[in-house]
Design a protein around this ligand. Structure first.
Ligand code: FAD
Ligand code: NAI
Length: 466
């Protein structure tokens, strides 16, 4: 069977590309080595982590905050098996949903590991060792990423674990050390801290989520500390010892002295590396950069004509929705359309509570590029809805061009920021000014009024409720 398009990997990049290609009348194959479809995101990433984040936040609310609303719960009980089981069911429902979508769109699903053999041929080896071959005019590599580790501390999946194992622990640990205060460290650290684990996070740089706008890292850091998480910022990990009953992590503090932290587990959350093992890149003209990311041109085509790559495996923001946009982009171009991706308008979210979300330039990036900008901020504590909901911790910050008033970046820390950022994405995509958003009616009382107020603050400092 010869296909128009073969997609290697069924994560959000791959499966979305396959669906769009089928919609555009291509004959499509998708190849997946995992037993289920959906990739990192559905199986061991976005979906299970959000299921546990939601469950653990309910627990924390019941344990600490229901009383403030006059709700008594009596003795609270945590059943981790049920909580973990619910997460597994959510994953199961989602991956079955993708299998259904493949069937509905008449996409052939091949189970097994794919290796490129040449221009159009792909070998697929199933879990039973049986090998088949397919050919395809075009190929999309969407093989994603795996957790990275440190040269002196290799993930053993027993005590030195990655997010994958941390999502499936048999019991709630007493103590957990996390290396890296990036997105995974802050999200999964929050899950366990809410459930009673003593969480200690060691971060090399001087802030949590250091790639985001610095105000956000500062606010999130305060909130994680209030949750009981110990943050060791500016600490350089130099050894991890897994031999004893507890894992021991030694890190050098900014002053030069060593600190030793111990935990039932140590979760490595220092980023992810592209996954191209046994993909057969040596059989085609596909090259990688020194970190292993597949190199592509502006059309996401590799050096080998007809072979494209998308998602985590090409680097950039390692986000499910970025991978999806790239999948659609490649397929629509193959169909002769003229799609476009605005990478500056791809939002990012940290699903802690309060949440963090951002889109566009950070203040640090604007400073670095000497761009003249103005800032408008609005605190949640001045927002009626936030006070009504007992959610007055938070801030919305708008960065706009000093001369033209065009919105250049929006950064939010607060309840429901993950959903609220969508309005800022539209503003950036359509190049709205702060004045444009400030003049749009926002329902009262809602959290979204904070964005309107921050835009008012950015335009002649005229926030109404401050
Ligand atoms: P992947 O989802 O990694 O899928 C690649 C697939 O290819 C895998 O299923 C793999 O088995 C398969 N594969 C690899 N090689 C082969 C081969 N040779 N043959 C056949 N199959 C192969 N992003 C967000 O946007 N929001 C979130 O909330 C979020 N939360 C996350 C939480 C965690 C704990 C983690 C780890 C990640 C999270 N991410 C989140 C990141 C997100 O999961 C990734 O950016 C996204 O999954 C990348 O999609 P992809 O299609 O490029 O690759
Ligand atoms: P990350 O890049 O977000 O954070 C890694 C952190 O580890 C950084 O703060 C870095 O400074 C730190 N670090 C690196 N080496 C270190 C060392 N030796 N000692 C101490 N700290 C060190 O990576 P993370 O959290 O592993 O997540 C991987 C990817 O998964 C991210 O790129 C992210 O995009 C994606 N993801 C997205 C989520 C979301 O969108 N909500 C949720 C979870 C993951």
């Amino acid at each position: 069977m010869k296909y128009d398009l073969a997609v290697i990997g069924s994560g959000p990049g791959g499966y979305v590309a396959a669906i769009r290609a089928a919609q555009l009348k291509m004959k499509v194959a998708i190849i997946e080595r995992y037993p289920t479809l959906g990739g990192t995101c559905l199986n061991v990433g976005c979906i299970p982590s959000k299921a546990l984040l939601d469950s653990s936040e309910h627990y924390l609310q019941a344990a600490k905050h229901f009383g403030e609303h006059g709700i008594g719960t009596g003795a609270l009980k945590l059943d981790w098996e049920i909580m973990r089981g619910r997460k597994d069911k959510v994953v199961d429902d989602n991956v079955k949903g993708i299998a259904f979508l493949m069937k509905k769109n008449k996409i052939d699903v091949h189970a097994g590991h794919a290796t490129l053999l040449g221009s159009e041929a792909i070998r697929i080896v199933g879990a039973d060792g049986k090998s088949t071959e397919i050919t395809s005019t075009s190929v999309i590599i969407a093989t994603g990423s795996k957790p990275a580790d440190l040269p002196f501390a290799k993930i053993d999946k027993v005590k030195l674990i990655s997010s994958t194992e941390a999502l499936a622990l048999k019991s709630v640990p007493k103590e957990l050390v996390i290396i890296g205060a990036g997105v995974i460290g802050c999200e999964l650290g929050s899950v366990y801290a809410r459930l009673g684990t003593k969480v200690r996070i060691v971060e090399y740089l001087n802030s949590a989520i250091p790639t985001m706008d610095a105000t956000m890292g500062k606010e999130l850091g305060k909130s994680l500390k209030a949750l009981g998480i110990e943050l060791y910022l500016g600490h350089k990990v130099k050894a991890v010892d897994t031999k004893g009953k507890k894992v021991k992590v030694v890190a050098t503090a900014p002053g030069g002295e060593d600190v030793e932290l111990s935990g039932d587990y140590c979760m490595m959350a220092v980023g992810r590396r592209p996954y191209t093992d046994n993909l057969g890149l040596e059989n085609v003209k596909v090259s990688t950069d020194p970190r292993g990311f597949i190199k592509v041109n502006e059309h996401l085509e590799t050096a080998h004509p007809g072979i494209y790559a998308i998602g985590d495996v090409i680097g950039g923001a390692m986000l499910a929705h970025k991978a999806e946009e790239e999948g659609v982009f490649v397929v629509e171009r193959l169909a002769g359309q003229k799609p476009h991706i605005n990478y500056r308008a791809i939002p990012w979210v940290v699903y802690t509570w309060p949440e963090v979300a951002g889109v566009g330039y950070t203040e640090e990036e604007l400073k670095q590029s000497n761009r003249a900008y103005k800032v408008g901020s609005f605190p949640y504590r001045a927002l009626g809805r936030a006070r009504a909901a007992n959610e007055s911790e938070g801030v919305v910050k708008v960065l706009a061009d000093k001369d033209t008033d065009e919105i250049l970046g929006v950064h939010m820390f607060g309840a429901r920021a993950a959903d609220m950022i969508a309005e800022a994405v539209v503003a950036l995509e359509y190049r709205a000014s702060a004045e444009d958003i400030a003049r749009i009616s926002h329902a009262h009382p809602t959290f979204t009024e904070a964005l309107k107020e921050a835009c008012l603050a950015a335009t002649e400092n005229r926030a109404l409720h401050l």
